[in-house]
Design a protein around this ligand. Sequence first.
Ligand SMILES: *Cc1c(COP(=O)(O)O)cnc(C)c1O
Length: 434
Amino acid sequence: MPDMQYASSRAGSPNVTLSEAIRQGLAPDGGLYVPTRLPAVDIEEFAGLTRLPDIAQRGLKGFFEGDRLEPELGAIAAAALDIPAPTTVVARSPDPLFVLELFHGPTAAFKDFGARFLAESLARLQSRSDPPMTILVATSGDTGGAVAAAFHLRPWVRVVILYPKGMVSPRQEQQLTCWGDNVIALRIDGTFDDCQRLVKEAFVDFALRAKHHFSSANSINIGRLLPQTVYYAASSLEIRHRTGAPASYIIPAGNLGNAFAAVWARAVGFPIERIVLAHNANRTVPDYLRTGEWLPRPSIQTLASAMDVGNPSNMERLRALYPTFDAITEHVSAESVDDATIRTRIREDFMQLGREWCPHTATAAEVYRRLSEEERDRPWVLVATAHPAKFNDIVEPIVGKPVEVPAALGRLLELPRHMLDLPPTLKAVAAALE
Ligand SMILES: *Cc1c(COP(=O)(O)O)cnc(C)c1O
């Protein structure tokens, strides 16, 4: 096989290797990196494999072909993907219904998989003579915590998190600020958009850049997407084994990183039938799939805050794979769920199914209820993107009881917080970086 190359989704910059794509994050023309061809897998080769690191080693091989990280793939996967991602059955459902639980990592949301894989990849690309890098992350909740957990105590990197004061859940804030050492949390007196603007301004400030060697770890990095295909591979193989049929997924979606990983897993050959995106009241994608008009807009705040995205960037990757509107609508569909319905769904599913959903997962559970009876005959899998204990302030009043806290999350909740309060100016951020 020839070496795998990565192209910008905007086709305006040269192709690069996987390592370069991971180091750069965004392509120089502002596009997102995609492989120039999709490496097909033969699913018979996966017989008997159930552990994510083993499935990653086989399933991601083609994406790593010829790259300097190729010999490291096994070690990267072993270190990063050592997190359970069980597909559990909803026993009380009258139809075949499963849940892909992606909340068993250190910060109890699916972003742990991508952040850890990226950290292990970057660790192997950094040479001893390179100056330490500074990863700047603007976060509205889960990304910052996952990135901090993944990079904490690595000597070659410093993580600087910018988050908006008063706009993240108390437990999310705890996960952004409990680290210390090489992780610095900046609480910005502004909005998430201010945080994002400050990161962008810092990146283009020549003097700051030269001094601090910035890197980004945001969700458009291909090093975060590839590992997410692995849990869809594992889960779909398990569903086929258990039911004899391909799995269909309903995926809570914001920036479409998690959903797009499922699209790639299906495109390379894993047994996946339908992929349905569950959005909150930010309706850009559902509206587009209905009308054919792409109208990005400012995000609005919802209960499922990690999905408050008005201009989902991974849409560019979907278009790179399926260039026409017809091809896109053939491969994915999307629905929108408002806050009142999120609350109703959490309450009803707790009573009827005995399951507790986080507000993001509840959008997928609602979209499942909207399927016709006929459609429910096939095995459906709801993707649970975060543990409900992370959003206890929302979930507990609805279900009327405390949500049990997973052990890993419980440990983080006990650590002291460290943060710096800053006004939303580049000058203040630059001073904090000193
Ligand atoms: C980030 C996040 C999402 C949205 O994922 P995308 O990849 O941005 O579509 C959904 N749920 C939770 C809990 C998240 O943290």
